[in-house]
Design a protein around this ligand. Structure first.
Ligand code: ADP
Ligand code: MG
Length: 269
């Protein structure tokens, strides 16, 4: 065993089992200009292993976006600590790719230029980043969209470009905040399938926020339920169903009922 491996902690067959992402007792309090305080999250702890696909499920207002923004480095925790690959998060980093719900593409850049943006910031040359953009647009099923502007793309296509853009810096973890919530059911199902294919092909670690129970079961290796006011981890459930997961498959409905109960909701659809 190497010294580095020993420092990393326990190992199995030479592979470190240190979680990729560790959220340790994280709380966040928003303070308004008038002095009112909202405790968005209270003592949230969560570990995500390398290569794992974890869905963060909870009703509107339970702190999902706040938590994702803290992992992304956009928001600083009021207390607690977040580490990615052993490094404390202190701000945004290309090692954490983010996909937002609203299509946050740069409208003045083409799809190809949007995808190439991160590599450009990282100093990659024009030919290499054009190649990166071409490959990633093909990966998300848009091989011919490089020269089109966001305004010329459908909602589903924009989110495909956003996923390609988030992957362009080869991040250790992909953070996704209700990325498919605004899409119609068929487009959403197509993007879910594609995301799972990318997750497998690239062995990406994914933290995927949703308020949709069926989506969480369809996608996640694990579903972590946040309860609101203040946001706390209410359940952490391993999804032990074979993929692709259809609503008619045995076990789906039982898990759905269990998660709905954990959320304390009737349904969220
Ligand atoms: P979710 O994404 O689960 O809907 P959020 O993280 O957006 O939840 O919000 C969690 C709580 O924090 C809510 O009560 C919300 O009103 C509050 N909140 C979110 N952002 C701010 C902000 N910038 N200022 C004050 N309160 C906020
Ligand atoms: Mg949100």
């Amino acid at each position: 065993m190497t010294a580095a491996a020993i420092l990393e902690g326990p190992v199995t067959a030479g592979v470190s089992i240190r979680p990729l992402l560790e959220i340790d007792g994280v709380s966040h309090v928003y303070r308004s200009a008038l002095g009112t305080e909202t405790t968005a999250l209270d003592g949230v702890s969560l570990s995500v292993a390398r290569g794992e696909f974890v869905c963060l499920l909870g009703p509107s207002g339970c702190g999902k976006t706040t938590l994702l923004n803290m992992i992304a480095g956009f928001v600083t925790p009021s207390s607690g600590r977040i580490t990615v690959d052993g490094e404390t998060v202190r701000g945004p980093s290309p090692s954490r790719g983010v996909v937002f719900q609203d299509y946050s593409l740069f409208p003045w850049l083409t799809a190809g230029q949007n995808v190439a943006f991160g590599p450009r910031m990282a100093g990659q040359g024009p030919a290499a980043r054009r190649q990166t953009a071409r490959e990633l647009l093909a990966l998300v099923g848009l091989p011919d969209a490089a020269d089109r502007y966001p305004a010329e793309l459908s909602g589903g296509m924009k989110q495909r470009v956003a996923i390609a853009r988030a992957l362009a810096t080869d991040p250790a973890v992909l953070l996704m905040d209700e990325p498919f919530a605004a899409l119609d059911a068929m487009t959403r199902a197509a993007l879910q399938r594609q995301l799972l294919a990318i997750h497998e092909a690239r062995s990406k670690t994914v933290l995927f926020v949703t308020h949709n129970i069926a989506e969480a079961i369809t996608l996640g290796d694990r579903v972590v339920v946040l309860s609101p006011h203040p946001g706390r981890v209410a359940a952490d459930v391993t999804v032990d169903l074979p993929r692709p997961r259809r609503r008619t498959a045995p076990g789906f409905n039982a898990l759905y009922a269990h998660l709905a109960d954990a959320i304390g909701a009737e349904t969220t659809e």
